[in-house]
Design a protein around this ligand. Sequence first.
Ligand SMILES: [Zn+2]
Length: 286
Amino acid sequence: MKLIDAPNKKTSGKPLRNGGPLGIVVHHTASSKKSKDENVIQMCIRGVNKVPGPLYNYLIAANGTVWQLTGDNIKANHAGRGNSSVLNGILKGIPVKGRATSAGKISANSSLIGVSLINDGLGQEIPQAQYDACVDICAYLCDKYNINPLSGVIGHLEWTSRKVDPTFDMHDFRAQVVSETKGIPAVKVLKTERISAPKPEIVPNKGVAFPGTLKRGSRSHAVKLVQRRVGAKADGAFGFRTRRKVKAWQRNFNGLKDFAVNHLSVDGIVGRKTWTAMCFKQEDLG
Ligand SMILES: [Zn+2]
């Protein structure tokens, strides 16, 4: 794979959440066949109309060159609204089902990296070198960020019914990516190994320090503590089940306390107040 930093590559921007990409969305640019690569590259760095750049993290030219438009950890505006069920599948390691049947309402660009082929999407040929380079960059990113290709590499058309890209079969594509990765992380391994945040610290006499807000999509050791407290499976990945259990815990806490004094918002989010109410001690860290 020939990976090159694009001229004028964006080196700053909004960082991805969760410390890195959780998945990859594959696109085509739908740019004119007549456009020169260097113009498409610069357009995708700058943005178009009302969409600010970068539009993708990587662009793949017909000759197989992979252009890096911005860092892996910088948010690109590539996927737009899509389906929470798809994001959930990515988070849980559930194999992608196929084309999305609804437009979807959530944005996940802050968790998903965007990879796009320079192609008009109107029947322009995708040369083998370009396809192979797309497989290569996805396999490289899957290995680097411990992404399961079967659940974490999706086509834009699998994210939202509004889109038709890419034009090739994504199931075949994922199988190719799998064959190039060093090993597919099993779902459980995927969930625990991706946790890179340091263990929460102990503040003398105050218990475990507040690690910052924990909510759906958070992955950390601190999430495990919360999960044990609320009776959810302690895998460190804050999913919708954990959220439901946190809500129940908050509701229950409010029921036990004087509302006027110490009322928690029943929102399924562990902010400082809920964290403090959970009252973690040294022994909870074990
Ligand atoms: Zn797209």
